[in-house]
Design a protein around this ligand. Structure first.
Ligand SMILES: [Mg+2]
Length: 130
């Protein structure tokens, strides 16, 4: 079976972080940390080295786009999934250009979130080795 997938949740809204945490309960996906802005995201991801990051785009201090660029400089194998609202299409384009591997839209549907995380983890696994 799958090894556990370690994931960090980044969003400035506590409610959104709670919704996401709830989606991963009783799955093989382990939420190892949370951050509420881009600066915190860069430091927590640097310390915890999760395979996957769910990255809100619009946040105070440092945006998800800037945080993605910073994280991928040091940890290029990290799979970062952008989290956007449906009216943020330009932002999604910029997030993908900055290195996010995929995106999911709010309001979140559990199956979509889980599918995005699992496929990102799978892609990361294939890159790592035979
Ligand atoms: Mg936000």
């Amino acid at each position: 079976m799958n090894m556990g997938i370690k994931l960090v949740i980044v969003d400035d809204a506590p409610f959104i972080r709670e919704v996401l945490r709830h989606i991963f309960e009783m799955t093989e996906i382990e939420v190892v940390g949370e951050a509420q802005d881009g600066t915190e995201a860069v430091s927590i991801v640097g310390r915890l080295r999760p395979q996957i990051v769910l990255m809100d785009i619009v946040m105070p201090k440092m945006s998800g786009i800037e945080a993605t660029i910073e994280i991928l400089k040091d940890l290029p194998d990290t799979k970062i999934i952008a989290c956007s609202t449906l009216d943020q299409n330009n932002m999604v384009m910029r997030a993908l250009e900055s290195g996010c591997c995929n995106y999911i839209s709010k309001p979140f549907k559990s199956e979509e979130v889980l599918a995005a995380v699992r496929s990102a983890a799978e892609a990361g696994h294939k890159e790592v080795g035979p």
